[in-house]
Design a protein around this ligand. Structure first.
Ligand code: NAD
Ligand code: SER
Length: 313
């Protein structure tokens, strides 16, 4: 069996830190190279190699892939939904060009696998709001969603035309306590835990009844690794798989936190992110991921809240 050497791009971000650490456990510290435009996240210090790199610089990326003998790339660098609306051309350029750079190099260097995440943000106001299926009307209204949907079709194209084994998941909003989130509409569900512990109150930028699909980071990391380790013949979706775990509103997460911190107070001051949230489905149907490679979530809102508060404390 070929020895895998993995490059994680965007390793200092919310998902990157935890995914890098998880991959290092499986493949060995020296076989997983973390890279980012930012400095190395302190949580990665001493756990394995780190290179500072701009994924937009294709030549530099290509040189690294050859020099380090890379066989797999996990591409996590992106501008997320809320930041994307503030700078649409930056979001489009980074989200598209980074993917095209990676797919081209994967094709040229015959990499064994590529991972690139999509998002529930591909769906728009015309998609079904409840249990949104894998295949449905998809008309995104944010630049982030447009870039993810276009990206999904580039993945499909490189698989069909060049045989690049690129795999993808449409992550819901991800909640974690290790590395801070990077400018998404679902970030409130991370901030709320920190503020509940520190301030005993939180002002939410979404309305109280805004339901969104969400997932705890351990489930997201496990889903990513299970997808990447699944036999090739089980991967029938080459755009991106729907993925789901739970769905809740700000009011519901607040009530769950109150069970642990009774004095916690929630207030609401919706901003521009409300419109983004309103354009997304409230829940997602991940039946295809379950059937193809066995996806099953472990965490619901109660179990996640207990774990978040315990770890943050
Ligand atoms: P993040 O913003 O926390 O991390 C992204 C990382 O990419 C950052 O560390 C940033 O410094 C790095 N980066 C930015 N530009 C770069 C460049 N030019 N070269 C190299 N690195 C660069 O984002 P995240 O939440 O970890 O998301 C990772 C991926 O997962 C993204 O594609 C995102 O769209 C997707 N996703 C995330 C969520 C979520 O809730 N976190 C949900 C759905 C999809
Ligand atoms: N959590 C992400 C965001 O809000 C969804 O992709 O942008």
């Amino acid at each position: 069996m070929q020895k895998e050497k993995i490059l994680v791009i965007g390793a200092s971000g919310q998902i990157g830190v935890e995914l890098t650490l998880a991959l290092r456990k499986i493949y060995g510290n020296s076989n997983v190279i973390a890279s980012d435009l930012r400095e190395e996240n302190p949580l990665l210090h001493g756990s394995g190699p780190y290179v500072s790199m701009d994924v937009m610089n294709k030549e530099m990326l290509h040189v690294q892939v050859i020099r380090q003998g890379i066989t797999q790339i996990y591409l996590l660098a992106a501008i997320l939904s809320a930041t994307g609306e503030k700078n649409p051309s930056l979001a489009w350029n980074l989200n598209m060009q980074s993917l095209l750079n990676v797919l081209d190099i994967a094709k040229e260097e015959k990499l064994t696998k590529v991972y690139w995440p999509s998002s529930i943000a591909v769906f728009g106001p015309t998609s079904p709001r409840q249990n949104c299926p894998q295949k449905t009307i998809i008309e995104p209204t944010t630049v982030y969603g447009i870039s993810k949907y276009a990206g999904e079709f580039w993945c499909n194209y490189y698989f069909n035309k060049y045989g690049v084994d690129v795999r993808s998941l449409r992550y819901p909003g991800l909640i974690s306590y290790k590395s801070a989130p990077g400018g998404g509409t679902t970030d409130y569900a991370v901030e709320i835990y920190l503020e509940a512990l520190e301030e005993k109150k939180y002002e939410c930028f979404l309305e109280e009844d805004t339901y969104l699909p969400m997932m705890y980071m351990p489930d997201a990391i496990r889903a990513t690794i299970e997808l990447m380790e699944a036999p090739k013949e089980k991967i029938n979706i080459r755009t991106s798989y729907n993925l789901s775990a739970m769905s809740f509103s700000p009011k519901e997460i607040s009530a769950e936190i109150k069970k642990h911190i009774p004095e916690f107070e929630m207030s609401y001051k919706p901003d521009y992110r409300q419109q983004i949230a309103n354009s997304w489905p409230q829940s997602i149907d991940a039946a295809v991921a379950a059937a193809d490679w066995g996806w099953k979530p472990e965490y619901d809102l109660g179990k996640m809240t207990e774990d978040m508060l315990e770890n943050l404390r």
